[in-house]
Write a protein that binds this ligand. Structure first.
Ligand SMILES: [Zn+2]
Length: 674
């Protein structure tokens, strides 16, 4: 029987044939696709004809098509629904992929053909997009070490292979810790918790086969628990466990992995001739230098710290008023902050929640995209990789544009956080290929028969990931390597964070925030209070984010620390980090930075992009409507459809006329001075 992963996919929209694929199919499909990719690469490198753009760059674009198809399915499933078998496969694949990457980098005849084209680029009559792909291809070779020789080349290959192994270990250790810790609650310990949280805790217990409700380290359980539980001892226990992920000692401890990763990254940068890994990494980003990153972060740090310190004093006083002595601790902040929010804004997360039904928020995200970009969404009856995942066909004027898959509920087999990935990316080189885009979240799953309810943060996450999905679905380029979200890391959060702004447009919630039981729309007064409280506790949010971003930067900009935990403590101390605020992600579970290279010395990217998203939404306001048609058209043309076809700064400037300063960001966070 043929391997379903390698066969033609005759399913509707050529979706992966999930119903036919078993875990046993992945390894043979991977090996066969890898062989095919190697044969394709050899054919390009050994071509006796002089190199042309088509026979070299375009052929490279397509060389690993079969491999990408297999991996597009595998990595999505490995992240969203892992099993011991899939984890084993991942451990097996990652060094093989690193080795394959190094083979390409170290293939001298291949690199020479790319260099020949690069040197002749002005005579090749290339389109701007082709010139860009040629430049990026060559840059990718050089940054991978293609012009290194001898020991340096060999050592770099070793370093990259080892890093691939370590990043997989880091991820798997984290998943193991997240899966193993939970806290059972007695009926008595449920006191003070809102209904939605009790229901979610019962559902989480049931998923583990337990009678008792449980709190896990899933953000959608632990954060509301820290907000609502009056039991300080339980809050402390939960908080300690949450922040100890990856640092529990024993076989899943990520601290030695972090140290080794940082040392190897530094060595990699030195071998390539850079002063630090941050210099290497930032060269191709909008920020360009560590200094530019630090300058932005510190401009925001000062007002954020001032706001957080003032808030800390208020919350301490509330706690002392409760008869609790001593210092405000990190497990107290959310609890007293929630109380204060109730007092000052008369806003209660538990009152809000019944109005934020998952299905209605999905409808809201779709409706906004309909109004802005004329998209239509139709539910698809397709077999996917897990029963909780759902699919929609996305069309415009009746023409197929994409398949969108939403996989929203937390489960033990899913890694934490939320993300957007593509099982297939848009391109036109191999025909008019339309994308399959996946949004994965970790919202608390409701009890059977009950509607899923979100927090306002969850709803924002849903819009965020859907903004990434639009960047993929509206992509309109020829070459896959620059399609969709294949852009500078500090530009990639622009579409996602920008999309969050539409959740704050009053008419969106007025229409889609309807009560789960009564079906009535959110009362105007509650909606007003919700929107008025938008920047509430932004000192805390900003400080916890910036602390992580600045530790990440210090790790990669300065000498690699032998003891990253100590370095982390020094950086926080130097910043004057408030005692009662923790980092959003501490080193042993900082997956952005250690579960791969993606956000290493790049966690700042969210804030860099926020400078632009705050300013970009101003463009709609200036035009007089959040749904202004001309502004939406420009947004699609210059940003959402453009992928990495031009430098990010040029794309943004084409959309907005000029690059923004941080003013709109500070205003948006309620941190403007004066
Ligand atoms: Zn994002």
């Amino acid at each position: 029987m043929t391997n379903p992963l390698l066969a033609d996919w005759t399913t509707p929209f050529a979706l992966p044939p999930f119903a036919d694929v078993t875990d046993d199919d992945f390894a043979p499909a991977f090996e066969a696709a890898m062989d095919r990719a190697r044969a394709n690469i050899a054919k390009i490198a050994e071509n006796p004809e002089p190199p042309t753009f088509a026979s070299t760059i375009e052929a490279l674009e397509q060389a690993d098509a079969a491999l990408n198809r297999v991996l597009g399915v595998f990595f999505n499933i490995a992240g969203a629904d892992s099993t011991p078998k899939r984890e084993e496969l991942q451990r097996d694949f990652s060094p093989k992929l690193a080795a394959y990457g190094s083979e390409i980098t170290n293939n001298k005849p291949l690199f020479e053909r790319v260099e020949t084209l690069w040197n002749a680029r002005d005579t090749l009559d290339l389109t701007p997009e082709q010139q860009r792909v040629l430049m990026l291809t060559r840059r990718g070779f050089i940054r991978s070490g293609a012009d290194l020789e001898g020991y340096a080349a060999d050592r770099l290959t070793e370093v990259k292979n080892r890093l691939a192994v370590l990043s997989t270990q880091f991820t798997q250790n984290l998943l193991a810790d997240e899966r193993s810790w939970y806290m059972e609650l007695t009926e008595y310990e449920l006191e003070g918790l809102p209904d939605f949280l009790i229901a979610a805790a019962r559902a989480a217990g049931a998923e583990k086969g337990l009678q008792a409700p449980v709190i896990t380290t899933s953000r959608s359980l632990i954060v509301p628990f820290l907000q609502f539980s009056p039991r300080r001892d339980l809050r402390e226990r939960a908080y300690q466990a949450w922040t100890a992920r990856g640092a529990g000692g024993g076989p899943t401890d990520n601290r030695p992995i972090a140290a080794e990763v940082l040392a190897l990254r530094e060595e990699r940068a030195f071998l390539l001739g850079y002063d630090s890994f941050a210099d290497y990494k930032l060269e191709t980003e909008m920020a360009k230098t560590p200094k530019a990153v630090r300058d932005l972060l510190m401009q925001v740090w000062e007002p954020a710290l001032a706001a957080a310190e003032a808030d800390s004093t208020r919350l301490s006083a509330m706690m002392h008023g409760d008869g609790v002595n001593g210092e405000l601790e990190p497990w107290d902040w959310r609890y007293y902050s929630e109380k204060r929010r109730k007092e000052e804004h008369d806003l209660d997360e538990a009152e809000l929640k019944p109005y934020l039904q998952l299905d209605r928020m999905i409808d809201a995200a779709f409706a906004v995209a309909s109004r802005l970009f004329n998209l239509d969404f139709k539910a698809l009856d397709a077999t996917l990789y897990h029963p909780d995942a759902r699919a929609w066909e996305v069309t415009r004027d009746g023409a197929h544009l994409a398949v969108f898959i939403g996989d929203y509920f937390a489960r033990g087999s899913k890694r934490s956080g939320a993300w957007c990935s593509a099982m297939r990316s848009q391109q036109k080189l191999a025909g008019d290929i339309r994308p399959i885009v996946v949004n994965v979240c970790n919202f608390a799953k409701p009890e059977a028969g009950k509607p899923a309810l979100l927090s306002y943060d969850d709803a924002r996450t849903l819009f965020h990931e859907f903004g990434h999905a639009l960047h993929q679905m509206l992509s309109d380029v020829t070459y896959e390597s620059i399609s969709g979200t294949s852009v500078a890391r500090d530009f990639v959060e622009l579409p996602s964070q920008l999309y969050e702004h539409w959740l704050e447009v009053p008419e969106v919630l007025a229409e889609f925030a309807t009560h789960a039981e009564t079906g009535k729309p959110m009362p105007k007064a509650l909606l007003d209070r919700l929107l008025a409280a938008q920047t509430y506790d932004s000192g805390f949010d900003t400080v916890e984010f910036l602390a992580s971003a600045l530790v990440d930067l210090a790790f990669h900009e300065e000498e690699a620390p032998a003891d990253p935990m100590r370095k982390q403590a020094e950086v926080l101390e130097g910043l004057g980090m408030p005692h009662a605020i923790g980092m959003r992600h501490a080193t042993p579970h900082f997956a952005h930075v250690f579960a791969g290279d993606g956000y290493s010395s790049g966690y700042y990217s969210y804030m860099w992009s926020e400078v632009m998203d705050a300013d970009a939404f101003e463009a709609f306001k200036e035009a007089g409507s959040a749904f202004d048609a001309d502004t939406a058209t420009k947004l699609e043309r210059f940003i959402l459809s453009a992928g990495g076809s031009e430098e990010a700064e040029d794309l943004y400037t084409a959309f907005r006329g000029k690059m923004p300063g941080p003013e709109a960001l500070l205003k948006g966070r309620g941190l403007s001075q004066g």
